[in-house]
Design a protein around this ligand. Structure first.
Ligand code: ADP
Length: 651
């Protein structure tokens, strides 16, 4: 059992690994999925940022190029008159050019016109007002192409830079149109709102200093950004864009949250399931043990058990029943009447009983029936039927207990037969005894009377005085009295032929039997010893017991017919132990041949010419009828020892 349960436990452990593994894989898979979707999201953002920035750079470049072209096209009309220049400047500022100041420099670099006007040069440096860069001017004039100047601060919190566009007229440089860009305004004009909503866009110097920023939303920004160099403005300006930390989409959040909740529900249900299964497992184990115990009990029963449903179909039989009838459970279960174990000669009776039981009218105290074994042997059984009540309290059939009483019945039959035999042998005893007593015992007194009377008659014939004849006659009278006694005893025997039970002192019965044997013993010169070691009181018929003792003693006497006179001895011992009295009668006679030993108790067996052969058979019946035993064995000193074992009377 323990090995079985430990095997099951290890199987359970293995079984539990699978859902655990599945759960871990599920959680891992979900986490991986989320991570991958996050990564894809980031990647997508990054790609958008790159393309947005490239677009922005293109847009800025387009702005600047367009402005360069427009500035390059400034004509004489605009540069000769301050008003015209102003209107030109306003037009330029008008279409989101990012330009905030326009300056017209002569070919020599002198400021001719400016809108808005330039402040005092000394002041301009401090405030950040545009002072056209000589270096850019010279470069532009010499190469004949637009040149951008270095960014410089404007009123502390803003930065600006200039573009010097040389203007040629009639094949020579007529002057340089200087456009001043304010970085914040440039960004404001060229970065569309939708871009500004997504990124914080700044223009930075090489050193990392931010010169201007365009952003629409005040929000946390992510760390990583994107940078593109901002040429041709030159001077190492770069455009830097940092995406705002966009809140994760609600759908993704809901998905993640629902996945986490789902995982927790799975975990919880797994835990509940495990608890339930463990409990169930424990109950199953207990049930299994109980079932095994019950089965062991049922299997070890000697009583047959058989259950039938309400239709009379067999639904259960235990091993004892199978052993009893010789059919296996598989062969019996499902069978309907007539059953294979119904005895052929009692089919109608059995069918009637079966129907009565099914109708609920079976004998409540049980009934005896004859059944047939598979080998055809008929057995007697005692059956008790009881209603079979199922777990729901419903009457679902009949449960029968079947006890094999064949042996008991046979024993009863044997006892009855023995009783009959005993009764007939008792009668035989009476008859035999009467006959043998009459023959045997009347013979002696009659012979004695005859010889005394013959003697007396001879004496009288010889006219012997009467006084001398008298003793012989007295003896004849005495013998006649003995003969009377014998007749009386025979009468008593006949009177006691019916069973009589009383308390008997076994020693006294031995004495009585010895007294009856006295003449014989004396005549045959036999020495008899009686060692009465205990007083044995038994229950029984004194006359029958005395006859049995007499018979054994007579056999002992007769067995020593050929024994030398000095060895003719009978030793009688009476002992008591363990509730039994044991009487031992040992002779030194001829002994019993091994060949005849087992026939000794057969009726009519005798080795004597004048014997009847009834004595020992009757003796044994008498002793057994007193719940005792009669046996014999060879006497080590020659002859035979008979043992009579009788139960002592209850005190
Ligand atoms: P019976 O005395 O009429 O022969 P029993 O039944 O008393 O009938 O005895 C049967 C036989 O058992 C006797 O014939 C005798 O051979 C043998 N027998 C009985 N008792 C003794 C004994 N003590 N010693 C030797 N043989 C015995």
């Amino acid at each position: 059992m323990p090995s079985f349960s430990s095997k099951r436990a290890s199987r359970w452990r293995w079984l539990w690994i699978l859902p655990r593994l599945a759960f871990i894989l599920f959680v891992g898979g979900v986490a991986l999925l989320l991570w991958m979707s996050e990564q894809a999201d980031k990647e997508e953002k990054r790609a958008t940022l790159t393309s947005d920035m490239l677009w922005l750079e293109q847009n800025l470049r387009f702005h600047l190029t367009r402005n360069e072209e427009l500035l390059g096209r400034i004509d004489h009309a605009h540069t000769s008159d301050a008003r015209a220049f102003e209107s030109f400047a306003r037009t330029m500022f008008g279409f989101d050019s990012g330009l905030r100041q326009l300056i017209w420099l002569s070919a020599e670099g002198a400021v001719r016109l400016a809108h808005p006007a330039i402040m005092e040069p000394g002041l301009a440096g401090e405030t950040g007002e545009a002072i056209p860069s000589r270096q850019s001017f010279r470069l532009a004039r010499s190469i004949g192409k637009p040149v951008y100047g270095k960014a410089y601060p404007y009123f502390g919190n803003d930065w600006q830079f200039e573009v010097h566009v040389p203007v040629s007229r009639d094949g020579r440089i007529a002057g340089v149109a200087v456009g001043v860009y304010r970085i914040r305004d440039l960004l404001g004009d060229s970065v569309p709102w939708w871009l500004a909503e997504r990124y914080r866009i700044s223009v930075m110097e090489d050193s990392g200093k931010v010169l201007g920023t365009r952003s629409k939303v005040e929000s946390a920004i992510t760390e990583e950004g994107y940078q593109v160099s901002f040429d041709p403005p030159g001077w190492g300006l770069t455009l830097h864009a940092v995406p705002y930390h966009a809140p994760r989409p609600t759908a993704s959040l809901v998905l993640s949250a629902s996945l986490v909740i789902l995982a927790m529900i799975v975990l919880w249900s797994l835990w509940i399931l495990r608890r339930h299964v463990l409990r169930r497992h424990a109950v199953e184990e207990q049930l299994g043990q109980e079932h095994a115990f019950r089965k062991a009990m049922e299997d070890s029963l000697d009583t047959g058990m058989r259950a039938r449903n309400l239709d009379g179909e067999i639904i259960y039989v235990n091993p004892a029943f199978c052993r009893m009838v010789g059919w296996s459970a598989a062969e019996l279960i499902g069978r309907r009447p007539p059953m294979p174990y119904w005895a052929d000669d009692y089919l109608d009776e059995t069918r009637a009983l079966h129907d009565r039981v099914l109708a609920g009218e079976g004998p409540g105290e049980g009934f005896e029936l004859k059944l047939k074994r598979r080998n055809g042997e008929v057995i007697d059984v005692l059956i008790h039927e009881a209603p079979l009540i199922d777990a729901r309290g419903q009457h679902s059939g009949w449960m029968g207990s079947i006890v094999d009483i064949t042996e008991r019945k046979q024993a009863d039959e044997r006892a009855r037969q023995q009783q009959d035999r005993l009764q007939s042998t008792a009668r035989l005893v009476a008859m035999g005894e009467m006959a043998s007593s009459i023959a045997h015992e009347l013979n002696q007194p009659l012979a004695a009377i005859s010889s005394y009377c013959t003697g007396a008659a001879n004496l009288l014939r010889n006219e012997t005085p009467a006084a001398e004849v008298l003793p012989a006659l007295d003896k004849a009278v005495e013998q006649a009295r003995r003969a009377g006694q014998v007749v009386r005893r025979i009468y008593n025997l006949a009177r006691h032929s019916e069973d009589r039970v009383e308390l008997i002192d076994l020693g006294e019965r031995v004495d009585a039997a010895l007294t009856l044997m006295e003449v014989d013993i004396r005549q045959k010169i036999i020495h008899v010893t009686f060692d009465r070691q205990a007083k044995a009181i038994i229950e029984g018929d004194p006359v029958l017991l005395e006859q049995a003792l007499l018979n054994v003693l007579r056999n002992a006497v007769e067995s020593m017919r050929d024994t030398l006179p000095e060895q003719r001895q009978i030793d009688i011992t009476l002992t008591c132990s363990d509730g039994y009295a044991l009487l031992t009668i040992a002779d030194h006679g001829c002994g019993i041949d091994a060949g005849v030993a087992d026939k000794l108790f057969d009726p009519l067996f005798t080795t004597k010419a004048e014997g009847m052969g009834m004595g020992l058979a009757i003796c044994r019946s008498v002793v057994e009828n007193h719940r005792g035993r009669l046996s014999f064995e060879a006497n080590p000193g020659g002859g035979t020892v008979f043992h009579i074992l009788l139960p002592l009377a209850a005190q």
